[in-house]
Design a protein around this ligand. Structure first.
Ligand SMILES: [Zn+2]
Length: 185
């Protein structure tokens, strides 16, 4: 086990040394009369707000099957100290558990930011029927932003993709979070 006080380990993580910055965003509860993509993305954004309150990069995800929410999660990488604890990964595990099946063909994933290589890969490997993301990610997004894992030649599954729903709102919360973090330093 590493000794935190050793001079030989100067780069120890410090993320747990501070309390969360107050989140200026409040959750919205859209009308249940119109359960469209906007409705579910709003709920994914609510999850992102939960993430901020736990001092996590605010990214949220919801998974829906036949109009029923089977998973809701936010990024928990820092609190779990787990690099795989992205919102989408947690939500995919929840959804598979909810239906006792790893195949999520009937499911739609709503996520506030375009999935990274890991989460885009997990979306394809779980055969997610549809992925809806708000904000594109030209650096790490792997469903069309930086690259597109969906067009791997050897894969026999492709997720239907919709992008851009509530893009501005989901961009704002991520930008505000990093601005607040910079201001706090
Ligand atoms: Zn990810």
């Amino acid at each position: 086990m590493a000794d935190k006080h050793s001079n030989q380990t100067p780069e120890m993580p410090t993320s747990s040394d501070h309390s969360p910055l107050p989140c200026p965003f409040t959750k919205s509860y859209p009308s249940e009369l119109n359960k469209d993509d906007y409705y579910y993305m709003q709920l994914a954004l609510n999850e992102a707000i939960e993430g901020w309150k736990e001092d996590e990069v605010p990214i949220g995800a919801i998974i829906v099957i036949d109009g029923k929410i089977v998973a809701k999660a936010h990024n928990r990488r820092d609190s779990l100290k787990d690099p795989t604890a992205h919102a989408e990964m947690i939500a995919i595990t929840q959804a598979a558990s909810a239906i006792s099946d790893w195949r999520l063909n009937a499911a739609t994933l709503y996520v506030t930011k375009e999935p990274c290589p890991m989460c885009a890969g997990a979306s394809i490997m779980s055969r997610l029927g549809r992925v809806v993301f708000a904000l594109e990610d030209n650096k790490m997004g792997c469903l069309g932003g930086a690259t597109d894992l969906n067009i791997l030649g050897g894969s026999n599954h492709r997720c239907e993709i919709s992008a851009g729903i509530m893009r501005e709102e989901c961009l704002q919360i991520i930008q505000a979070y990093f601005q607040a973090k910079r201001g706090a330093q």
